[in-house]
Design a protein around this ligand. Structure first.
Ligand code: AMP
Length: 226
C-alpha cells in the first residue's frame, strides 16, 4: 500500500530539503505545491497569471484552484504501490477535507501519514534569509547560501543537480515572510484539530536542527510505522 505523506510546517521549516532527501533515499515522488505554482508562473499559463500576485505577496491561493491542481498532478504521477510526498499541501481546513474525500473516493489504496516540522520563528527567518532555489522550473532544488550549511551548493550559485543558476525566491523578502508565517499559524490549529478528530496521528519532528538530523529522526519514525 502506498503512503501519502503530508509535510506540514511553516516556510523555511525544511519541507523541501527533507523531501529532497526522501527522494534520494527512498525514491519517493514529491509534489511541492509551491514549486507547481511557481512553474505555472514561469510558464505564463492562465493559472500562473491568476496566482502571480498572491504568491509574490505570500498569500495562499484559492482552495478550489489548489485542490484541482493537486488532483491533476496525482492523476498523472501517483500510483497506489508507491509513496508520494505532499510538500505544502493541505494548508487549510478545506484542502484537508477535500484531500480526505479524494483519498476515500478515488484513491483508497493510500494510507495518509502526517508529518509536522516544528521550528522556531527566528530559525525560519534566518534560514529564509540565506535560501536560494534552482531557477530551472522543473528542478527548483533548495539550497542554503550559508557556506557552512550542508545545503550549500558545491559550486557557488549553481545547482548541483542540473547546473542551472540559483536565485532567491521573490516571496523570501522579509515583508512576505511575515505574511506567510501568519497564514501558516492561522490555519494550522484547524488542521491539527481536523486530523485529531479523524483519529490520524500527527508525527512531529524537531526541525530546528540541521537537515541530516531532521532526516534521521524522520527515517526512524517512518520505519517504526511500517
Ligand atoms: P511554498 O513553496 O510551499 O513556500 O509555497 C509558496 C507559495 O505557493 C505559498 O506562499 C502560496 O502562495 C502558494 N501555495 C503553496 N501551497 C499552497 C497551498 N496548499 N494552498 C494555497 N497556496 C499554496
Amino acid at each position: 500500500m502506498g503512503r501519502m505523506i503530508v509535510f506540514m510546517g511553516p516556510p523555511g521549516a525544511g519541507k523541501g530539503s527533507l523531501s529532497q532527501q526522501c527522494r534520494a533515499h527512498y525514491g519517493w515522488k514529491q509534489l511541492s505545491t509551491g514549486a507547481l505554482c511557481r512553474k505555472h508562473i514561469i510558464e505564463g499559463t492562465s493559472i500562473g497569471k491568476q496566482i502571480d500576485f498572491a504568491i509574490q505577496s505570500g498569500k495562499l491561493i484559492p482552495d478550489d484552484l489548489m485542490v484541482s491542481m493537486v488532483k491533476d498532478w496525482l492523476k498523472e504521477h501517483a500510483s497506489a504501490d508507491e509513496s508520494v510526498i505532499l510538500d505544502g499541501f493541505p494548508r487549510t481546513l478545506r484542502q484537508a477535507e477535500l484531500l480526505t474525500d479524494l483519498l476515500k473516493k478515488e484513491m483508497p489504496g493510500y494510507e495518509l501519514v502526517i508529518i509536522k516540522l516544528a521550528v522556531e520563528d527566528d530559525v525560519v527567518v534566518r534560514r529564509l534569509g540565506g535560501r536560494a532555489i534552482c531557477k530551472n522550473k522543473d528542478c527548483q532544488a533548495v539550497y542554503s547560501l550559508y557556506e557552512l550549511s550542508s545545503l550549500a551548493p558545491k559550486v557557488p550559485m549553481t545547482c548541483d543537480l542540473c547546473f542551472s543558476v540559483l536565485v532567491s525566491r521573490a516571496d523570501d523578502e522579509s515583508s512576505s515572510i511575515r505574511e506567510r508565517l501568519r497564514a501558516y499559524y492561522a490555519s494550522t490549529d484547524q488542521l491539527v484539530e481536523f486530523y485529531y478528530v479523524q483519529g490520524i496521528e500527527i508525527c512531529e519532528l524537531d526541525a530546528n536542527r540541521v537537515p541530516e538530523q531532521i532526516f534521521l529522526e524522520f527515517d526512524q519514525k517512518i520505519s517504526a510505522q511500517r
